[in-house]
Design a protein around this ligand. Sequence first.
Ligand code: HEC
Length: 581
Amino acid sequence: MKTFIKLLPCVSLSWAILGLQLQGIAQTTAADRDREAYRNFALNHLGDVKRGEELFHDPKRLACSNCHTTDGSAGKAGPDLFAAGDKFGRGDLIKAVLEPSASIAVGYTTVVVTTKTGAEYQGILKKSGDAGVELMGADGKLVSIPTADIASQHGSEISLMPEGLQAGLTHEEFTDLVEYLANLKQPANMLASNRGMPVDIPELAQPVGLKPFFTEPLAIPRGRVLTGLTAFHQMPGHSNVFFVLHQKGFIWRMEKTADGEKKNLFADMTERVFSDRGPNGLLDMTFHPDFLKNRKYYLYYQIFEDGKVRSIIEEKQVDEAFEKDSGKPACEIIRFTSVAEDHSGGCIEFGPDGYLYVVMGDTGPQTDPNGHAQDTSTLLGTIMRIDVDHPTDDRAYSIPKDNPFVKRSDVRPEIWAYGFRNPWRFCFDRVTGDLWLGDVGQNRVEEVDIVQPGHNYGWNVYEGFEPFSNEYRYADRAYTPPVFAYRRKYGASVTGGFVYRGDKDSSFYGTYICGDYTSNLLFALKQKDGVLESARVIGKSPQPVVSFGEDEAGNIYVVGFNGMIYQIDFSKTEFNKTKED
Ligand code: HEC
């Protein structure tokens, strides 16, 4: 996504803008009306692609190409637009140009750095490391700022893309520009070669049902927008008790009883959790395999400390009644420090072997310029496997003896597999034990992997099946391709789900269910030995698909970012009945 982040494209207008709007109501209304006129015209007319392309590149008129590439290279300050017409519908393209700050592309937050001498720099973070940061400003120039000179650094809710770019255009010219953007599509012939990345994914003739699971949406207002949910879990051994996590740091305990639903605030961690920017916040919860005896559970969240995002996994305990947190101090298991504010992983789960599996993203910035995902001396861009039942003197966990890299001095022994960009959600197939993972892509494709110990899933040498960069390609490495990848036409941020193990007679039994946060599409996959056999679009969630849940009976739930949980009903449709039949 651009990533997630996902979670969270920061959709809120800043209070500063709001204040300005309140002060100048007459003026703003005129500007609004002006924008509406452009919008309406472009929605109701067709433009000329060629003229739009000229405007896009004309330095005297728009100079969009000062900040945007359209060849997939993404070397400028703004996102590459080579598949803008796949990614966005007409209305959203228009909105992206007329109101840049209304929704900031993930990974393209404006970063503001103030130096100790009082100079201020604004730009998109292109590099970040111990030595300092590199920002690309609105003028396209790179500025390097050494760490020793930095007094403060923070993200902004205002896009680096200026507002009002349409001002010098007629309505017809603006429509030409929109036509050009709408025609930027990933060419199908580039993609046809891979079995795992079908050019067209057949749609079910009858989509799966999506039944709201709770009566009320579970979301709280933040500023002017609803930010939302991140995870949903059934409490082990309690078929009617569920936990719903909110990015800001709330955990609700939901109980379904004969008299309806009981909603209780199980924990409020909003003081501690960092969720202001990027895919950060309270991201996941999981339960010890012996939870019913030891009542231990685990949380995955970010804090902001000394100017850095840090991801923390900690162990806690519920009280004896399984109603509330016990109040005992948490035990920190492991923490990671991010480079930028992106790609902080987000999923924890115990494997069938009783070990805790933890994912961590490359932590940004875009394109992983530090090569973290291929750097096995760090834990960034990996999935780890650790033993939380046997702490050592210096760590809250030990390393399972059969981890793949225990004998290699140049590889962190926690690593189970690596080469991931932002591995947001993974699961274990409860029948086969297969570890399925959705890894959020950069410019072109989203990917789904079946993870094998010791394997390298390619980022940033590969993105999906496609070569991405040779900067961190090492001669002695092999890369494992994904099982499934899809291009922008189907979405821009994959959310891994679960293998359906509910009704044994269902044609979906044993298929892997996943979805996309930006397109809201839901997919089902069949594979054999890691090779895709068939994929389907099985429906569309009414809300961004931020996560999935699975209960002990094998039902699968879609977690909508804006507060709804939907139970998937597979009973009225069939995997093999598609629209084409
Ligand atoms: C000063 C640099 C700059 C200029 C000039 C600029 N943009 Fe952008 N643009 C950005 C940045 C940075 C973003 C990402 C932040 C955001 O979403 O607002 C962006 C986002 C976008 C997006 C959304 C992309 C996505 O994947 O979410 C579109 C579409 C877009 N720009 C089109 C244009 C067009 C068309 C023009 C010319 C009229 C233009 N931009 C001019 C910097 C620029």
